[in-house]
Ligand binder design. Sequence first.
Ligand code: HPA
Length: 265
Amino acid sequence: MTRTPQAAAAQAATELRERTGVDGYDIALVMGSGWAPAADLLGSAGHELPSSDLTGFLKPAVDGHSGTIRSITDGDRDILAFLGRTHLYEGHGTDAVVHGVRTAVAAGADIVVLTNAAGGINTDYAVGSPVLISDHINMTARSPLAGATFVDLTDTYNAELRAVAREVAPDLPEGVYAAMPGPHFETPAEVRMLRALGADLVGMSTVLEAIAAREAGARVLGMSLVTNIAAGLEGANLDHQEVLATGRDSAQSVGRLLADIVARL
Ligand code: HPA
């Protein structure tokens, strides 16, 4: 009998509990490009394991590198951090993309923090700055859900959690994140289209994970690091190495901010 994705996540969560000795997590974070060093600031690192050790995560043979899962304690809270994620453009389907989030919720996390690198469409954003995600536009034309699962996405990026983030950083801008399938960057015409549709940020991740988290009943906080100005806009630079370098340069400051926010969630 084929196992449902939810059953696979429940199995992975059981294995995770066994490996880490943590009964239930309070909060989970997915660290996107440029955000991984922030995990060091979240608390004291406990067990760390290759995600491919757990049921349902991609094997390195297929993926090259499928990421690491770190168990962190901060006072009386247990935090789960995914260092690296699976993208839709890797071609393993939507279940592979959201398996980490489903596993985290099955392991008890009822808050999921999704971070990513994004191109800035809103010209108010400076390269290197963090932006809270207020809503998304899913341009992948895919859903991690199947069947009659009519999930309400009205409050996908939870307003209360965003308010907490703004208590920490009152000037933190908010924006709408558009997810494209990738792995190619957008054309200038696509960026103009996205701007006309109301997008402030563009990237290739996050939205499917946010949908899966909502379906599983968790609250979501989303944050982008603007690593470049989107294609065709003044100052645009889509060199992948530059995107990564911006992430490295900003890692400490955005990491500190994220840690301060997470401490209050
Ligand atoms: N477009 C899509 N994804 C991205 C970008 C971009 O400009 N920058 C970082 N991730």
